[in-house]
Design a binder for this molecule. Structure first.
Ligand code: TXA
Ligand code: MG
Length: 329
C-alpha cells in the first residue's frame, strides 16, 4: 500500500525536509511545484525520478531575493531588471546565463538557467527558511495535468513526497510566462500568467519575439522540453471552433469559457457534464479554473471531452497553448 503523505502548513517541517535533500510540494500563485534544493544534485535527481520526467527537460529555479539571483545567474541586462521590477514576485520566468553554482542536472546541461520569484507567501517563506533556491517543476506526473490544489498533488504524487505544503488553490492557475534574454534580445518561450500585452506595456511594442503559439507545430522555437508537455487528460479531448451536436449514446463533457446565452436551455441535455470556466467570460477567472476543470472532467469516465478555443488575447494565448497540448495525441 502506498504511504499517505502529510499535507499541512508546517513551514519548519517543509524546510527541514528540503535540507535533508527530500522533495516538498509547495504552493505558488501559478501551479503547485515539486521542490528540492536547487544546489543539491542528488535532491534534484529525485525530482526527475518522482515525476518520471526525462532529464533533458530543464527546471525553473525559484528564489526569494535578488542576492540569490546573483548566486545562480550572470550577465543580467538592464531590460531584465525592468521586467523584474515590474513583475516579480509574479508569474514571469527569465532565462539567464548560469553560474557554476547551478548543477548541470537543473539546466539539463544548458549554460542558461530559468529563474523566477513566485508570488506566494508560503513559497517565499519556504525558500527563506530552507536558505537555498528551490528547483521546482509543476507537481504532476510528466505530461499530465498541472496541479492547482494540494489534493491534486497528493492524488498523483502522494507516495513520492516528504511533505505537501498547503497554500490553498492557486490564484493564477496556469504556469509562468517564460522569456529568454540573449544580448538584449527577448523571446517568448512559453505563454503564461503574465500576458504579452502586460510585457509590451513595460517594454514597448515589438521588443519581444513572439512565435506562433496557436498551432501545435513543432517548428517554432520553444523552451526545451515544452514540446513534450501535453497537460493531457486520459479522456480524449477535441477542440471545436463551432460546437457540433455530438452523437447520442456517447458520454461527452464540454469545456468552455462561457456558454452562449441562447444555449443555456438545451446544452445540459447534449452534454453529460459542462465546465463553464467563467460565466462572465473573464479570462483571469477562467485560467484559475482551467486545470481543475480538466481534472473533474477526466474523473467522470466520459467517452470524449469537447472544448472550445479561447479568444486569442491576454491570458487566452496561454490557455489556448495548454488546450492545444491537452488535445495533442
Ligand atoms: O509557473 C511555473 O513556471 C511552474 C511553477 C511551479 O513555478 N513551474 C513550471 O515548471 O511550470 P515546468 O518544469 O513544468 O516547466 C518549466 C519549463 C521547462 O519545460 C522548460 O521548457 C523551461 O521551463 N526551461 C527551464 N529551464 C530552461 C532554460 N534554461 N532554457 C529554456 N527553457 C527552460
Ligand atoms: Mg509542467
Amino acid at each position: 500500500m502506498s504511504r499517505i503523505v502529510e499535507i499541512g502548513d508546517d513551514l519548519t517541517r517543509a524546510a527541514d525536509e528540503i535540507n535533508r535533500g527530500q522533495l516538498v510540494a509547495m504552493p505558488t500563485e501559478t501551479v503547485y511545484g515539486l521542490a528540492a534544493n536547487a544546489l543539491n544534485p542528488l535532491a534534484v535527481a529525485r525530482i526527475f525520478e518522482a515525476k518520471q520526467r526525462p532529464e533533458f527537460d530543464p527546471l525553473i529555479v525559484h528564489i526569494a531575493s535578488y542576492d540569490s539571483l546573483e548566486l545562480i545567474a550572470k550577465n543580467i541586462p538592464e531590460i531584465a531588471r525592468k521586467l523584474m521590477d515590474q513583475f516579480w514576485p509574479g508569474p514571469l520566468t527569465l532565462v539567464f546565463p548560469k553560474t557554476e553554482a547551478v548543477p548541470d542536472l537543473v539546466t539539463s546541461g544548458l549554460n542558461t538557467v530559468a529563474v523566477r520569484m513566485p508570488d506566494h507567501p508560503l513559497a517565499l517563506q519556504l525558500i527563506r527558511d530552507a536558505r537555498c533556491p528551490l528547483a521546482a517543476p509543476s507537481a504532476n506526473l510528466f505530461g499530465r495535468t498541472s496541479p492547482t490544489t494540494a489534493q491534486h498533488v497528493a492524488d498523483q504524487l502522494g507516495d513520492r513526497l516528504a511533505y505537501i505544503l498547503d497554500g490553498g488553490p492557486c490564484k493564477v492557475g496556469i504556469e509562468s510566462t517564460i522569456i529568454s534574454i540573449e544580448n538584449e534580445r527577448l523571446s517568448l518561450l512559453r505563454p503564461g500568467g503574465i500576458t504579452i500585452e502586460q510585457l509590451q506595456d513595460v517594454l514597448g511594442p515589438g521588443t519581444i519575439e513572439i512565435p506562433n503559439f496557436d498551432t501545435t507545430s513543432e517548428e517554432h522555437p520553444v523552451a526545451p522540453g515544452q514540446l513534450k508537455e501535453h497537460y493531457a487528460p486520459l479522456t480524449p479531448l477535441i477542440i471545436q471552433q463551432q460546437l457540433i451536436r455530438p452523437d447520442r449514446g456517447q458520454r461527452i463533457g464540454l469545456l468552455t469559457l462561457q456558454l452562449p446565452e441562447a444555449s443555456h436551455q438545451n446544452m445540459p441535455e447534449t452534454f453529460e457534464t459542462i465546465e463553464e470556466l467563467s460565466a462572465t467570460g473573464d479570462l483571469t477567472e477562467a485560467a484559475s479554473n482551467f486545470f481543475a476543470a480538466i481534472r473533474r472532467l477526466d474523473a467522470e469516465n466520459l467517452d470524449l471531452i469537447l472544448a472550445t478555443p479561447f479568444p486569442s488575447h491576454g491570458l487566452g494565448l496561454a490557455l489556448n497553448d495548454r488546450l492545444n497540448r491537452a488535445a495533442h495525441r
